[in-house]
Design a protein around this ligand. Structure first.
Ligand SMILES: [Zn+2]
Ligand SMILES: [Zn+2]
Length: 458
């Protein structure tokens, strides 16, 4: 079995992994780096030379996992593409949005290779995506494969509890089993239910490490954290503040909307207006349409109707009134320059009355990461093209991660005690913590941090 990490660094970037198993060649995910542009934003396909791949298995529709799928399909024209139906629906919206973003970037930053693909190409490509249910073994040729596992390579999707449609992928072939976690959460969120992952022994576990450098705080519970957020909002309203919550358009937006809905219903807070962006509203529509067809909490909650957020776009975000008591749940979560959250943050950051609440992961070098790091009183340039600003607004951090705690990742690995554990999808300190603790807790397992671009024999 051969494995190559196609990310360019040990990081959460353009996630893509090449796997050769039972004489078949596959890709797991093909993402785009959320922070870089041009060549640096792509997986390093050069590392596999001119090898063809037979199938591309998608774990979920976040940009860092699906962002360059049309490009990968051009490079590997014979590949079959497998994902859940929800991932296909969300992924198509995300990729169309990405064409618009890249078209703008072509002008703004002079990246002449952009857009990397077109709207028409996405439409044609998505016709070739095959939708697969979870918990159904399927042969790599795309057929139902109950009982065929011994003769052929099969895969099976397991609910990963991360965002709508997200999965982990089990591969079985030539008597070997490989399980790729994708992005996973072992705890319930407000909408998503905890992952249901295989519990049988497996040979190789390829596991994400997003939160590897964060210990779960003592006494942390999700209900307790929700209470803390409700109190922080109440305090902000008291100050007549308007609040920004930077979020990923997919997943975190819907989780936060559901939480805000609960606060209103429980009368923890008075009625207050909520604002989201256009892309977020499209994803929220999909959550609503699929509310009864997916494994989730609050299946009757229709976010667009019941929470009724107002919608901001690139223009209106620049002049919407900064009135007290308004909550702005805007993407991008990392506050990448020119996104709604970045533009809005620059409007409120110098005013001590207003608040920015962080609720999830941010790349430490991203504007959101810098802002959290520097904190109140410091200076930060949220947009490198604009002068730095003094941080005077109130900043608070909450933990509503869509990713598993490092403790639960280690527990899972201990339960299935794989022969080999390959650590991916983490910044260096996170991966290093996971390597050290897994080596310690599972002395019988080989723990591997795959050097990007280097083929491993597993
Ligand atoms: Zn994700
Ligand atoms: Zn990810």
């Amino acid at each position: 079995m051969k494995f190559t990490n196609l990310t360019r660094h040990t990081e959460i970037g353009a996630n893509s992994y090449y796997l050769e198993i039972a004489r078949h060649r596959l890709l797991l995910d093909c993402g785009m780096h959320p922070k870089y542009t041009g060549e640096d934003a792509l997986p390093n396909f050069k590392a596999i030379g001119d090898r063809e791949v037979e199938a591309i298995l998608m774990s979920h529709a976040h940009q860092d996992h699906i962002g360059i799928l049309p490009l990968a399909m051009r490079r590997f024209p014979a590949a079959r593409i497998f994902m859940t139906e929800a991932t296909a629906e969300v992924g198509s919206v995300l990729l169309h949005n990405s064409v618009n973003v890249m078209t703008r970037q072509r002008e703004e930053i002079g990246e002449m290779s952009y857009p990397l693909f077109t709207h028409r190409e996405i439409d044609r490509a998505s016709e070739r995506w095959r939708w697969c249910p979870t918990r159904q073994p399927i042969s790599i040729a795309g057929e139902r494969a109950a009982g065929l596992e011994k003769e052929t390579l099969t895969f099976e999707f397991f609910d990963a509890g991360h965002v709508l449609g997200s999965t982990g992928v089990m591969l079985r072939g030539e008597g070997k089993t490989v399980f790729y976690s994708g992005d996973v959460n072992f705890d319930d969120q407000t909408i998503m239910q905890a992952a249901v992952f295989p519990e049988d022994k497996i040979d190789v576990l390829i596991m994400e490490c997003t939160r590897g450098d964060h210990a779960k705080p003592d006494g942390w519970t999700r209900p307790g954290e929700e209470q803390r957020l409700a109190e922080a909002l109440a305090a902000a309203f008291e100050r007549d503040a308007c609040v920004l919550i930077p979020v990923f358009a997919l997943g975190k937006t819907q989780e936060v909307l559901a939480m805000l809905h609960k606060f209103r219903r429980q009368r923890l807070l008075p009625e207050f207006p909520i604002y989201i962006g256009g892309l977020s509203s499209k994803f929220t529509d999909i959550y609503d349409r699929r509310s009864h067809a997916t494994r989730r909490q609050l299946p009757r909650l229709k976010l667009m109707k019941d929470v009724a957020p107002f919608i901001l776009n690139d223009e209106t975000v620049r002049d919407t009134a900064l009135r007290g008591g308004r909550v702005h749940v805007l993407s991008s979560g990392m506050m990448i320059p020119r996104t709604l959250s970045n533009v809005f943050a620059r409007r409120i950051i110098e005013n001590p009355k207003h608040s920015i609440f962080f609720v999830g992961y941010a790349n430490p070098e991203s504007p959101a990461g810098l802002l959290r790091e520097v904190g109140q009183g410091g200076e930060v340039a949220l947009d490198p093209d604009k002068p730095p600003q003094r941080i005077r607004c109130n900043i608070e951090q909450f933990q509503f991660s869509a990713h598993a705690t490092r403790e639960s990742l280690v527990d899972y690995a201990k339960r299935i005690s794989p022969k080999k554990i390959v650590l991916v999808h983490g910044d260096s300190p996170a991966v290093e913590w996971m390597r050290a603790s897994l080596s310690n807790e599972l002395p019988g397992s080989e723990v591997i941090v795959p050097t990007p671009g280097v083929e491993l024999e597993l």
